[in-house]
Design a protein around this ligand. Structure first.
Ligand code: BGC
Length: 715
């Protein structure tokens, strides 16, 4: 987003504006909460932006804004974080976490493009997405919104998503603004408790949490949202070092910064950093926030500070200029004239993309040969509330969980639950599939374990959908206990006694602690929240219409008490590293239940002839599909620094490449690394390459047994 191009024009606009008009540009009003009357008043006053409103509401607000004295059009924003999913007519894509299982940059970019087309068709210009926080302590309620636990994978997919949303040129009809959020280290909130302090240093910020934001800035992201929480005691809303020094100066971010919801209000009410709105507003503006979401008291506060000579007008001008530049870049004056194009919202080609994304996100974690089902079993029993609950299948951030702009919470077709998908696939093969809810994530009067056992007795194979549901997901819904809730474990125990093959399908917002099930089932497929067509995708995969190709972007714990269990930990004396099996807990296997990068298919892929050329930092490898299914193989490259002045992760993802392999096919690929892939952040917070030996690992997951390695010297 090169701002210089628009700076002159923005400056001449600014010169025509009164102080009141400039401050109003910094205000973002939540339409759904304030209602029509109050919102229209704010539009007359010249509020720069509104969020969470429908196409019709936006049209009315825009007309009022355009009639105001300066006539600067309003920027409309919405949380279209998995498709334009707050609109019940839109295409609902898998969650970010499910999409991350694809490890497919091009696919994620296409999802971004489709979302942008639907959002733009509703006259909205901006989505508060992608989310770049890392889900390392998975008790956190917002894991489903992330691309997982790894900075590199998150940065790569975020870049792809931003390119999808923003297109080649923001001014294009189908481009919308992206918003990288939440800046910064928000996912690292202590204990996984949303919006609390992240007890990390700036060195750690630079090593782990900043790289995805840096990539977003390089990709030209137009806006960045600050976080609710605090970093080592400083609320991120007032952290001038993070916002001005690092983001705007050092990284050269040229778009604008928007606060998260009521961040200014809560400097007074929740964080007790400021005594009143004036102090809070001054701190937030001076720290480098440009647009203020849902804290409209900022307007009067800044105006009176200015009149009393207690704040420098340059801060208002700077913020306003950034917003005006973005408005010019999106060609808002023209876009404001166009009206809604509703036939694009939910269109068939986007539904197909959603289905394909769901297919590609499926991650097979265990299989003893029970899968694919094909025609092996004539009688199938299907259990679990999540097999036929579209709300649980969707998870967070749809019109069910956030109905504000579109208050009708009725489930809107098209969508396919697992039950529907299984019934269709079974009928196509003349097989019998009988469904019973049996139990679900929340214990309920209709739970019926006995009936399930009776049905299971008549079946040859059992498919059991386990997971969580929307009352257990999202902001303010962190969980201390990630074990399966309700009577889900109990049902598994009873089914197990029948000695029939059991295939479990995890329809959940995050990795749950399912060690017993993982060890005792015959096959386990992880689906997370696959969107509208998730159920169809799962059924097709179970029957073997394609080979699942997802890879975990996040590690599974054996037990909640083991968290955090992310793969790229620092070595300790009694290390977590499986190479030192004494582990960290006296009462638990130290390895994760399933590791970052893990995932199987119906064909076995093997890795051969690995060689690393240190002069060109080039890794070469041959991958061989030994099975009968074609597959997407994700070749992963990790690095370890053998001796360093500061602890470095036992392994760190630095590259990956996807290869499509037909049955029996073998392909040689080469992956180029860069010198920066071997740098560390030293104690002075500088990125440096310390000469010495490094190990490069290449293979199918972060697990040692899946990797080939070579050690070399880099000076
Ligand atoms: C969330 C943001 C979201 C915003 C607007 C906040 O509660 O933290 O991620 O974009 O609301 O809905």
């Amino acid at each position: 987003m090169p701002m210089e191009k628009y700076l002159q024009q923005a400056k001449s606009l600014l010169a025509k504006m009164t102080v009141e008009e400039k401050i109003a540009q910094l205000i973002q009003i939540p339409y759904a909460q304030y209602g029509r009357e109050a919102s229209l008043e704010w539009a007359k006053k010249g509020a720069g932006s509104f969020l969470h409103l429908s196409a019709e509401q936006a049209e009315e607000i825009q007309a009022v804004a355009l009639q105001s004295r300066v006539g600067i059009p309003v920027l409309f924003g919405i949380d279209a974080v998995r498709g334009h999913a707050l609109n019940d007519k839109a295409t609902i894509f898998p969650t970010q976490l499910a999409l991350a299982c694809t490890w497919d940059r091009a696919l994620v970019q296409e999802v971004g493009k489709a979302t942008a087309r639907e959002v733009a068709a509703d006259g909205i210009h901006w989505t508060f997405s992608p989310l770049l926080c890392l889900a390392r302590d998975t008790r956190w309620g917002r894991c489903n919104e992330t691309f997982g636990e790894d900075p590199y994978l998150t940065g790569e997919l975020a870049k792809a998503m931003i390119e999808g949303y923003q297109g080649e040129d923001l001014a294009e009809e189908n481009s919308i603004l992206a918003c990288a959020k939440h800046y910064i280290a928000y996912g690292e909130a202590v204990g996984g408790r949303d919006a609390t302090d992240s007890e990390v240093t700036y060195r750690k910020v630079r090593e782990v949490f900043l790289p995805p934001f840096q990539k977003a800035v390089e990709a030209g992201v137009a806006s960045i949202m600050t976080a609710y929480g605090s970093l080592d005691g400083t609320p991120l809303t007032i952290d001038g070092h993070a916002l001005r020094n690092i983001l705007k100066e050092e990284l050269g971010f040229q778009g604008f910064v928007v606060t998260d919801w009521a961040n200014v209000t809560n400097l007074v009410e929740k964080q007790h950093i400021a005594k009143d709105a004036k102090e809070a507003s001054k701190l937030a503006l001076e720290a480098g926030n440009d647009m203020i979401m849902s804290s409209p008291e900022f307007y009067d506060a800044i105006l009176s500070l200015l009149q009393a000579g207690e704040i420098d007008e340059k801060y208002i001008d700077e913020a306003c200029l950034r917003i005006l530049c973005v408005k010019l870049a999106v060609n808002l004056w023209d876009k404001a004239k166009t009206s809604k194009k509703s036939n694009i919202v939910g269109q068939e080609s986007h539904q197909k993309q959603s289905l394909e994304s769901a297919r590609r996100s499926l991650t097979l974690l265990k299989n003893d040969g029970t899968l694919p089902l094909q025609n092996k079993y004539k009688k199938i029993a299907l259990f679990g509330a999540n097999a036929d609950d579209i709300r649980a299948q969707y998870g967070d951030w749809t019109y069910f969980t956030h109905p504000l702009p579109y208050p009708d919470r009725q489930a809107t077709r098209p969508y396919t639950t697992l039950k529907e998908g299984m019934e269709k696939c079974s009928a196509d093969r003349a097989l019998e599939c009988k469904y019973l809810r049996a139990c679900g994530p929340i214990a309920d009067d209709s739970d019926d374990i006995e009936a399930a056992i009776n049905l299971a007795r008549q079946a040859e194979v059992i498919i059991y959908a386990i997971g969580d549901e929307i009352s257990q997901i999202g902001e303010g819904k962190d969980r201390a206990n990630l074990a399966l809730s309700g009577r889900q474990e109990e049902l598994f125990g009873e089914l197990q006694k029948l000695g029939k093959p059991i295939v479990c399908v995890l329809i959940a917002s995050k990795p749950l602690a399912i060690e017993n099930i993982a060890e005792n089932c015959n096959a386990l497929l992880c689906a997370f929240n696959g969107g509208a067509h998730g159920g169809q995708a799962i059924a097709e995969a179970l029957f073997g219409e394609f080979s699942p190709s997802g890879r975990l972007p996040i590690s599974f714990p054996r037990h909640s008490g083991q968290l955090p269990v992310y793969y790229n930990q620092l070595p300790g004396w009694h290390s977590w590293n499986p190479e030192f099996p004494d582990g960290k807990y006296a009462d638990l296997d130290p390895t994760p239940l399933f590791a970052f990068g893990e995932g199987k298919g119906y064909s076995k892929v093997s890795y051969h002839d690995f060689c690393f050329d240190p002069a060109n930092l080039q890794a070469k490898i041959r991958v061989q599909n030994n099975g009968e299914y074609s597959v997407f193989e994700t070749v992963q490259v990790y690095v370890r620094d053998l001796v360093s002045s500061i602890l470095t992760p036992i392994k760190r993802l630095v590259a990956f490449q996807q290869v499509e392999l037909q049955a029996g096919e073998s392909k040689s690929i080469s992956i180029e690394l860069k010198k920066e892939d071997f740098t560390l952040i030293n104690r002075k917070e500088e990125a440096v390459l310390e000469p010495g030996e490094f190990t490069v690992f290449v293979g199918a997951s972060s697990k040692d047994e899946d990797l080939l390695s070579e050690t070399f010297y880099l000076g």
